[in-house]
Design a protein around this ligand. Structure first.
Ligand code: DX5
Ligand code: ZN
Length: 222
């Protein structure tokens, strides 16, 4: 049975000058706060890093879902776990030994997530599922918010869901990119049970209400 859906608003679409307020605005509605860390190397964009996560961690009780779009995650990822992130996701394309890094993150007290970007096939990574807590399938090309959802990525979601079910694994299956009221149901139907939404939440007049709507849509898919 698929567990109840996780809705993880991405602060990439929030007002960076008011991050603490923006996170408090989704308290009681969001399950996780999705924090997109970009280094201008792995992706051609630069966002926020560890000092901001450390400060923001004190501003809210909502668990942090840190998405590292960076090179050399072996060097930087453990710091986010030590800063109190609930889940730390690194990219398969940037990591030489995902199982080793997942073990390091778990030892540092976090869940470990493996992200698969748009142009990366998922098959070679299916055997790693027993060693991670989260798999994040990009439904866009990583790097920028506000892109159009790519339904062709859902084949990867189906493949991962099939493997999770076949092996009865305790792994969250997350989708990231273009998730909104018009797309979340297809992602849920494909087997996703955690949903990142940036523009759809922080672009809405009432972010908490937008989360509740997304949740209702995801829950409506059985
Ligand atoms: C993009 C980030 C996403 C982004 C999603 O590389 O990983 O988390 O914030 O934004 P939307 O929901 O606007 O597509
Ligand atoms: Zn993300």
């Amino acid at each position: 049975m698929t567990p109840s859906p996780i809705i993880a608003p991405s602060i990439l679409a929030a007002d960076f000058a008011r991050l603490a307020d923006e996170v408090r605005a989704i308290e009681g509605a969001a399950d996780w706060v999705h924090v997109d860390v970009m280094d201008n190397h792995f992706v051609p964009n630069l966002t926020i890093g560890l000092p901001v996560v450390q400060s923001l961690r004190k501003a809210t009780e909502i668990p942090f879902d840190v998405h590292l779009m960076i090179t050399d995650p072996e060097r930087w990822a453990p710091g986010y776990a030590e800063a109190g992130a609930y889940n730390v996701t690194f990219h398969a394309e940037a990591c030489e030994d995902p199982v080793h890094l997942a073990k390091t993150l778990r030892a540092a007290g976090a869940k470990a997530g493996l992200a698969i970007d748009r142009d990366t096939p998922v098959e070679p990574y299916l055997e790693l599922l027993p060693y991670v807590d989260t798999v994040l399938i990009m439904t866009i090309k990583a790097g920028f918010g506000g892109q159009k959802f790519m339904p062709e990525m859902l084949d990867k979601v189906r493949d991962v869901r099939r493997r999770i079910s076949a092996k009865d694994l305790d792994v969250r299956l997350e989708v990231d990119g273009g998730i909104a009221a018009g797309t979340i149901e297809q992602a849920a139907e494909a087997g996703a049970d955690a949903f990142v939404a940036g523009t759809a939440v922080y672009g809405a007049a009432d972010p908490a209400e937008a989360i509740r709507k997304l949740r209702a849509l995801a829950e409506g898919v059985s």
